[in-house]
Design a protein around this ligand. Structure first.
Ligand code: CO
Length: 274
């Protein structure tokens, strides 16, 4: 059965970190519908005033963060001594597990900074696991051009027998960047077990016959495939994941199953144990 556009969400214009302007496309109100996804931010800023302050030291516990840089440079440092530079086209996949304190700071003084940050939940059994992260350079992604002309970069999961750069257990995420040439008509299979959404970030697209405007989140109905069309060249991300079906209790950068676990996360952070 073909997936259709169940709902279009325009997101919330807000700022986070030390004042980085962004559009929050997935927030707490979509946790239930888009399980295992917790948050999706899109940022596209040309004025350095809107990004230069970055995201100074802050904690995370209980989930994974996936940062996809489309344009710009951002340096990551954490309290375990790790450091990495995210450049255009690269992805940082971080499992916060039981806790990490890190900063994400622009390494540019002008020009465009554009990208996405997605938060993916972890099951209760892995929320207190060891933190780790991986930086994947722009050249590190399997990619292919389909018969439709669509160019597909496989960031995570497996699509048409192409294994992505990341494979994760439990939520089995699929994360694709799709480049549609003018007039493209392309179908993508998505496991029917997964919740899925699309965000076109350059140009509008048509999803199973309905227009999804640029910079808007399109939540897909249940089904096993989706049909994407573009009248003019367009680029989008398509993300899907298997729901965890566990209680979600979020307090800012801590996402656990119970209120008690949130109090514990706060206590551990305040006593320097993250
Ligand atoms: Co962070």
């Amino acid at each position: 059965m073909e997936r259709t556009l169940e709902r279009i969400v325009s997101g919330l214009e807000t700022s986070d970190g030390a004042g980085v302007k962004l559009t929050r496309l997935i927030g707490q109100e979509l946790h239930a519908r888009l399980d295992p996804f917790l948050m999706l931010d899109f940022f596209r800023n040309i004025d350095p005033e809107d990004y230069i302050a970055g995201f100074p030291d802050h904690p995370h516990r209980g989930f994974e963060t996936v940062t996809y840089m489309l344009a710009g440079r951002m340096r990551h440092r954490d309290n375990k001594g790790n450091e990495g530079l995210l450049e255009s086209g690269s992805v940082q996949w971080m499992t916060a597990g039981r806790g990490i304190v890190h900063s994400e700071m622009p390494e540019q003084e002008d020009g465009l900074m554009e990208g996405f940050q997605l938060w993916i939940n972890l099951p209760s059994t892995r929320k207190m696991g060891d933190p780790w992260y991986r930086d994947i350079p722009a050249s590190g992604f399997p990619a292919f051009t389909a018969n439709s002309g669509a160019k597909i970069k496989v960031i995570a999961g497996k699509i048409e027998d192409v294994e992505g750069a990341m494979t994760r257990e439990d939520t089995e995420p699929i994360y694709l960047d799709v480049d549609l040439p003018e007039g493209a008509d392309h179908s993508v299979s998505i496991p029917s077990s997964h919740n899925a959404f699309i965000v076109p970030y350059h140009g509008d697209i048509e999803v199973s016959g309905k227009i999804l405007p640029e910079k808007m989140l399109g939540i897909l109905s249940k089904g096993d495939a989706v049909r994407l069309k573009a009248d003019a060249p367009a680029r989008l991300i398509l993300v899907a994941g298997k729901p965890l079906k566990e209680p979600v209790v979020q307090y800012g950068p801590f996402v656990m199953n119970t209120q008690e676990e949130i109090f514990q996360a706060l206590a551990d952070f305040r006593s320097g144990h993250l």
